[in-house]
Design a protein around this ligand. Structure first.
Ligand code: SF4
Length: 305
């Protein structure tokens, strides 16, 4: 018997994750700080659209929400792996490969209805959905044929009720007393170790990805009251071939990361007129980058011409 795949069919049976009351103060995340460092103006458009005196928030948000081919490949792969893992939680019956890839093809077609920046900015005339799907099929097939996937099916399945698969919300946590966001793809216990897996469909970027994994480790240590040294983050690169980067994180690594989060949060606070309410300083304080290559892939480029 096979199981029908559907994005909405399963809900997570996860261990309770700590909840926080809403506060407007900004929260650190690796992507927020990355945007801040890349271009202050892009950071302004991404996080403070409603304060813009020149362009409507609606226009800025429409540009912000545009996707791109590499981004959407990652997005689709993540969503399908989520469904795959949730199915595994329900049944260990063999996956019907033909049906699974039909489902992946259908989802690819649906997601490709979005607005892509490559089309919007006339870099290409039309999407090559077959090519996008081929990247997705390759990523999924590499994962499902990997030793790791078989290991998960063999070893992690006994604690499947404790799996955390892309938890809802933004992954809020507290680092050094500061609000932060770190959202894991897949967390599961085997023996006394908590494993965190992060799926990547793009290129290896050790500096960026290791920092993300430190964040996920800090998130898991906080929410599950675990010793960070008993948390094992694994970056899974899904294409062109399956490969892994397994990190060994020590307490001093986490201490260093917490200090980094404090420093970077304070840098971003500097651009707030009111820190507690997260109200930005004037737009003129958020300068456009001088590094032209950052503009080449920026969703907001029509606002900066
Ligand atoms: S187009 Fe360039 S200057 Fe303008 S927001 Fe984007 S990265 Fe910054």
């Amino acid at each position: 018997m096979t199981t029908q795949f559907s994005i909405t069919e399963v809900t997570n049976k996860m261990t309770p994750i700590k909840q926080f009351p809403f506060t407007p103060i900004l929260g650190w995340s690796a992507s927020r700080y990355d945007t801040f460092k890349t271009c202050r103006r892009r950071y302004y458009y991404t996080y403070y659209a409603k304060f813009d005196p020149e362009h409507s928030a609606e226009k800025i948000n429409r540009l912000k929400q545009m996707t791109s081919i590499p981004l959407e490949i990652g997005n689709i792969v993540h969503d399908i792996i989520k469904v795959l893992l949730e199915r595994l939680q329900k049944t260990e019956q063999q996956i019907d490969a033909a049906r699974f890839y039909d489902y992946a093809r259908k989802i690819t077609g649906q997601y490709c209805q979005k607005t892509f920046s490559e089309i919007y900015y006339k870099e290409i005339d039309r999407l090559d959905i077959d090519d996008i799907y081929e990247n997705i099929r390759l990523s999924l097939s590499n994962l499902m044929n990997s030793q790791r996937f078989m290991w998960v099916v063999r070893n992690a399945i006994t604690n499947k009720d404790q799996w955390v698969i892309e938890p809802p919300g933004f992954g809020q946590t507290v680092i050094n007393g500061l609000k932060a966001y770190c959202k894991v793809d897949f967390l599961f216990p085997v023996d006394d170790v908590l494993y965190i897996m992060d799926w990547k469909t793009g290129k290896i970027d050790n500096h960026k990805h290791h920092k993300q994994m430190l964040g996920y480790t800090a998130w898991a240590a906080f929410h599950f009251d675990r010793d960070p040294e008993k948390i094992q983050p694994i970056i899974a690169y899904l294409k062109p071939d399956y490969s892994e980067d397994t990190l060994h994180i020590s307490r001093p690594d986490i201490d260093g990361f917490e200090n980094t989060v404090s420093t970077e949060t304070n840098e971003m606070y500097e651009f707030c007129y009111d820190i507690a309410e997260n109200i930005p300083k004037g737009k003129d304080q958020f300068e456009k980058t001088a590094i032209a290559v950052f503009c080449d892939y920026c969703n907001f480029r029509e606002l900066c011409r």
